[in-house]
Design a protein around this ligand. Structure first.
Ligand SMILES: C[C@@H]1N[C@@H](c2cn(-c3ccccc3)nn2)[C@H](O)[C@@H]1O
Length: 443
C-alpha cells in the first residue's frame, strides 16, 4: 500500500494535454553542449583528460583558477545561429536542447544574477536569443538545459553540514529560481527545461523546494515540459517517488542507454539522450574510442520510438562556434534517411507487435499504419510478421510498391525481400485493421 507523500508524484499516468502531445510527436531532438569547456576540448598543456570534456574543471591537472578564467578567451566569432538551425533541420530534428549553463556555471546568456556570463567574455552578446529565434524560425522547438550544480557560485553546497551551509543553500535556491524565471522571461517561446546535476544531497533532501519550484515554473509558463530529473520527494527519492510513481512529465533517466523492451518504461513517457563518442558531451578534440555511425544512431532513434520514447542526439560545437566535420557529416547522413523515412519516426508510438529479429515496429499515433524498420535482412530474405490478436493485415508496401506477403500460419506472414540488399534501414508500411482475420487471411 502507498505511503502519504506531500511532495511525490502529483499525477498518475501520462500527461494528456496538447503541450505534452506535441513533445511526444516530435520524437527526434538535437542536444547541444556548448560552453567554455570547448576551449580546452579535453586537453590541457599537451595532456589528454580521459573524462568527459565538459568535466575538465574537475581534473587535478587544470587548476580551478585557470579554468575559471577561460571565459576571457571565449569569443565564438564563427557562431551562426541560422547555420546551426538549418543543419539541425536538415538532420530532421524537431526539437533542440541547449546548455544555458553547465555544471561550471558559465551562462550563455547575460544573466543579471551572475557575473560569470557571456556578457563578461570578449563576445559579449547573448547567444541564446539568436539560437531560439533561428531554431523556432526553422520549425524546431527549443528546450533549455539547466544545471542545478553550479561550481562557480559561492553559495553552492553539495551537502549541508552546518547552519551556515543551510543558509548558503537557501540563498542558492533563490538564485536558481531567479535564473529560471529570467530565462522564461527572456525566451518565452521555449517549451521546457532539461534539468541536470540534481543528484547532490543538498538538492535531494529538500523535496519540498523541488516540488514548489516545478509548480512555480508551471504557474509562470503553463504547459512547460520538464522531465523527472528535477524532483525529489520528501524522502529523497528521485525520478520515481517513494511509492514508485514517476515525478515530472517523462522519465529522464536514459542517459547514454536505452530500454530493451516495453516493460522497461512502465507506461511512462520517456526520453533517451545519446553521445556520438562513448562519453563526450562538450567538444573533445581527441574523440578517441568508438564513434557511432549514422546507421547505429538511426537504430537507436528507431528503437526508442518503437518503445514509445524520444531520442536526442548530442553535438559539441567548437569554441569558435563551428561544428567538427564528423558531426556535420552525421547530420547530413541522418538527414538523408529522415527526409525519405521520417514518416516512420515522427508521431511514432509502440505498435504492440511481437518483436522480430529483423528490426522494429512503429505505429503512427492513432492510426492503423504500422511501419517495419528493417536493420537486419535475414539470409532467407523472409521477414516474419505475427499479427497481434484481433488485428488483420490489409496491405504491405515498400516505397509505395505493393508487396504480397505469404501466409505461413494463423495470422502470421513472411514478407519476402529476396535479393534486396541495403546499406541503410529499409522501411515497410503495413496497413492493418482491427477484427479477426478472415479464414484465408486477406492474401
Ligand atoms: C547530459 C549529461 N549529464 C552530465 C553528467 C552526467 N554525470 C554523471 C555523474 C556521475 C555518474 C554518471 C553520470 N555527471 N554529469 C554530462 O556532463 C552531460 O551534461
Amino acid at each position: 500500500d502507498t505511503i502519504a507523500l506531500q511532495h511525490g508524484a502529483h499525477r498518475i499516468g501520462v500527461r494528456t494535454d496538447a503541450d505534452m502531445a506535441r513533445w511526444r510527436s516530435l520524437r527526434f531532438g538535437q542536444f547541444i553542449h556548448w560552453g567554455v569547456y570547448a576551449i580546452p576540448g579535453g586537453e590541457w598543456k599537451g595532456k589528454t583528460y580521459n573524462g568527459a570534456a565538459e568535466w575538465i574543471r574537475s581534473w587535478k591537472e587544470l587548476p580551478h583558477e585557470e579554468y575559471d578564467n577561460l571565459y576571457r578567451q571565449f569569443n565564438p566569432v564563427n557562431f551562426d545561429a541560422q547555420q546551426w538551425a538549418s543543419q539541425a533541420k536538415e538532420m530532421g530534428a524537431k526539437y533542440m536542447i541547449i546548455t544555458t549553463k553547465h555544471h561550471d556555471g558559465f551562462c550563455l546568456w547575460p544573466s543579471k544574477y551572475s557575473k560569470y556570463t557571456i556578457a563578461a567574455s570578449p563576445y559579449k552578446k547573448d547567444l541564446l536569443g539568436p539560437m531560439v529565434a533561428a531554431y523556432n524560425k526553422a520549425g524546431i522547438d527549443v528546450y533549455l538545459y539547466f544545471s542545478i550544480i553550479d561550481w562557480s557560485h559561492p553559495d553552492y553546497r553539495a551537502s549541508l553540514k552546518t547552519a551556515a551551509d543551510s543558509a548558503a543553500n537557501k540563498r542558492f535556491q533563490v538564485f536558481v529560481k531567479n535564473q529560471l524565471a529570467e530565462l522564461l522571461q527572456r525566451y518565452p517561446t521555449v517549451k521546457g527545461f532539461w534539468f541536470d546535476g540534481t543528484w547532490d544531497d543538498s538538492w535531494k533532501r529538500d523535496g519540498a523546494f523541488t516540488d514548489e519550484l516545478e509548480q512555480y515554473l508551471q504557474s509562470i509558463h503553463p504547459g512547460l515540459v520538464m522531465g523527472s530529473r528535477l524532483r525529489a520527494d520528501e524522502k529523497g527519492a528521485r525520478h520515481f517517488d517513494s511509492n514508485g510513481r514517476l515525478m515530472g512529465d517523462y522519465e529522464q533517466g536514459w542517459e547514454r542507454k536505452l530500454p530493451e523492451k516495453i516493460e522497461d518504461v512502465h507506461g511512462n513517457d520517456w526520453e533517451a539522450v545519446m553521445t556520438v563518442p562513448e562519453n563526450q558531451w562538450g567538444y573533445n578534440a581527441q574523440w578517441a574510442g568508438h564513434i557511432k555511425t549514422a546507421n547505429e544512431l538511426l537504430e537507436m532513434l528507431v528503437k526508442s520510438v518503437s518503445l514509445n520514447g524520444n531520442f536526442v542526439l548530442n553535438f559539441g560545437p567548437k569554441a569558435d562556434g563551428t561544428f567538427r566535420t564528423e558531426e556535420q557529416q552525421l547530420m547530413t547522413q541522418i538527414g538523408q534517411w529522415m527526409k525519405i523515412n521520417g514518416e516512420a519516426v515522427y508521431n511514432g508510438t509502440y505498435a504492440g507487435f511481437e518483436k522480430q529479429d529483423w528490426g522494429y515496429y512503429i505505429r503512427k499515433a492513432g492510426t492503423d499504419s504500422v511501419y517495419m524498420v528493417v536493420f537486419n535482412i535475414p539470409v532467407s530474405g523472409s521477414l516474419r510478421v505475427k499479427m497481434p490478436a484481433h488485428t488483420s493485415l490489409v496491405s504491405v508496401s515498400l516505397q509505395q510498391q505493393t508487396l504480397t506477403p505469404e501466409l505461413i500460419g494463423r495470422n502470421e506472414y513472411f514478407i519476402h525481400l529476396s535479393g534486396k540488399q541495403s546499406d541503410t534501414p529499409v522501411v515497410i508500411l503495413l496497413k492493418t485493421t482491427s477484427g479477426e482475420n478472415k479464414e484465408k487471411g486477406n492474401f
